[in-house]
Every structure is written in C-alpha cells, then in structure tokens.
Ligand binder design. Structure first.
Ligand code: SF4
Length: 63
C-alpha cells in the first residue's frame, strides 16, 4: 500500500508520526506530516491504517 498526506488538511498534531514511530510518517520543515516511504511494507500496514483512521482532520489517504 501507499499513503499520502494532504498538506492542506494536516494541522501538524503529530499523531501519525508518534503512532508509526517516524517509520512511515514524519514532519517536514513546515511542521506538517508527510509519508516518508514510497511503498509501505506489509509489517507497517496495520499501524499505517490506524494512523489514517485516527487522523483528526482526515488528512491521510491510502493511495
Ligand atoms: S495525524 Fe493528521 S493532522 Fe496529525 S500530523 Fe498526521 S496527518 Fe497531520
């Protein structure tokens, strides 16, 4: 799977970064989250889906 953060919706709360321990999502220079992996390995899919469902602004989408 792949994931993308909509920068217009992200408020930089850090939930997705914390949940994935910066292995899938991390902050960019603007303090907003972005996906750091081109392709998310299967062992990180579950936590990525948790991050998607728990994002308060629904900024993350599976692509
Ligand atoms: S959980 Fe959502 S709003 Fe919070 S940093 Fe991640 S993408 Fe941004």
């Amino acid at each position: 799977m792949k994931a993308k953060v909509n920068q217009d919706k992200c408020i930089g709360c850090g939930n997705c970064v914390a949940l994935t321990e910066s292995e899938v999502f991390d902050f960019n220079d603007d303090g907003l989250a972005h996906c750091i992996l081109e392709e998310i390995p299967s062992d990180l899919e579950e936590v990525t889906k948790d991050a998607i469902s728990q994002c308060p602004t629904e900024a993350i989408e599976e692509i």
